[in-house]
Write a protein that binds this ligand. Structure first.
Ligand SMILES: *Cc1c(COP(=O)(O)O)cnc(C)c1O
Length: 405
């Protein structure tokens, strides 16, 4: 039925009684079900098969069905935002072995909020002073290992704090002073720094300074959800929308009770703080809760085997092309999933990694790959829908074969 005809018909339905002034309150006058739109098509937004990985620019991950169901059901009722955060926080904290937890708008905001909580404690006046720390008596420095420098550490600077970079334990001890608020650690670069997790935590304990760790992209293994809480970090942040496939605009801040309680002073529904813009509503809070709960119960061995099988399909197709070599590696600390590198002899296969990326991108269906180098690319399968590995395998092989000179 045409939309116009539907509207005409709808206009003819007689409203019975005064309640019908609110037409959707009356069953007989229920509005017609909205047509299902493909908004991507309507707007001309390219969609693609994601063989690259969990990238914010590619909208992260696809939420699990049970997360979508939680969001849908959450959206149909009102509740108090603090109450749902309290109840969900308690459940999540028990699951991840932390004293407390709160759903944030991502790992990045979790870093800002955790540090903000440490700076201000429960002092509302201090909360309102951030990010201007001068003359407030608040601490203002965060110590980080040089090897742990990453763009996302800007989250810590958003509180007004300065980052102090060190390389050795002796330098940490020299750098610590009355302004030191936090010792921050980046798990994904743990192998690059001199100081390892346990020593970092011990340095914090020795000087009575809180320690934090960014594990944004670092499940699997699922045990990382509690490992760093068990180890004694004061707060831990992780993304909700990477391997966990919860809401992309959510994450978790887990840690000591007093830090989480103070961090929440910097969050909605409260304003007059630096975190009012990091809003998560009940949909993300409940979506994150079911995502974590289910992720912990998942059969991770089975998931790993499925990733290996899908990777093998693409690997086997690519390496049939003359001049092509492949290798499968698993990153040690973050984005821990089989990662297939496809490389080729430039003398035999006449295209660059960028050319291949462009050809796959502009093909039908469009495909995104990662790790673009002169004569190699990388592929991961964890963001593929079942069956898409065959399409990716076929397209990569096709384009490589075409380029064999
Ligand atoms: C993805 C990522 C972040 C940012 O996480 P969001 O959940 O998107 O805020 C921070 N740190 C690292 C190491 C990351 O990989």
């Amino acid at each position: 039925m045409q939309r116009r005809e539907l509207l005409k018909l709808f206009a003819l339905v007689p409203y019975a009684g005064s309640a019908s002034l609110i037409p959707w309150a009356s069953a007989s006058a229920a509005p017609p079900k909205a047509e299902k739109h493909d908004l991507f098509k309507e707007l001309g937004v390219r969609t693609f098969i994601n063989a690259a990985g969990t990238f914010t620019a590619m909208t992260g991950s696809l939420m699990h069905d049970y997360v979508l169901e939680a969001i849908q059901s959450a959206a149909s009722e009102f509740c108090m935002l603090d109450e749902v955060q309290d109840k969900v926080g308690e459940k999540i904290a028990a699951l991840v072995h932390s004293e407390a937890a709160v759903v944030t708008s991502g790992a990045f905001s979790g870093m800002t909020l955790g540090l903000a909580g440490i700076l201000t404690g429960m002092d509302q006046h201090k909360v309102e002073q951030l990010p201007h720390l001068d003359g407030t008596g608040m601490k203002s420095e965060v110590i980080i290992q040089k090897a742990h420098e990453i763009v996302y550490n800007h989250a810590l600077k958003n509180t007004g704090c300065k980052l102090i970079y060190v390389e050795t334990a002796a330098e940490v001890e020299q750098a610590i002073n009355e302004r030191t608020a936090l010792l921050h650690f980046l798990n994904i670069e743990a192998d690059k720094g001199n100081i390892k997790h346990e020593e970092w935590v011990a340095l914090g304990k020795k000087h009575n300074i809180p320690t934090s760790i960014d594990i944004a992209a670092d499940v699997p293994p699922v045990s990382n959800l509690w490992k760093f809480n068990d180890m004694g970090f004061s707060f831990v942040v992780i993304s909700g929308g990477k391997a966990i496939r919860g809401p992309q605009s959510a994450g978790l801040l887990m840690g000591k009770k007093e830090i989480i309680a103070a961090a929440r002073l910097h969050m909605p529904p409260r304003g007059f703080n630096i975190g009012r813009g990091f809003k998560v509503n009940k949909e993300e809070v409940l979506g994150m809760y079911v995502a974590i709960d289910k992720y912990i119960k998942d059969d991770h061995d089975k998931e790993w085997k499925a990733w290996e099988a899908a990777t093998a399909v693409i690997d086997n197709a690519a390496k049939t092309v003359s001049g092509v070599t492949t290798s499968i590696t698993v990153p040690a600390l973050g984005n821990i999933t089989p990662t297939l590198q496809i490389a080729w002899d430039a003398g035999k296969v006449k295209l660059s990694g960028k050319d291949l990326q462009e050809k796959l991108r502009s093909g039908a269906p469009s495909i995104e790959i990662g790790g673009i180098k002169d004569n190699s690319i990388t592929v991961t399968v964890w963001m593929l829908k079942p069956g898409q590995e065959k399409i990716v395998a076929g397209r990569i092989k096709e384009e490589l074969m075409k380029a064999v000179g």
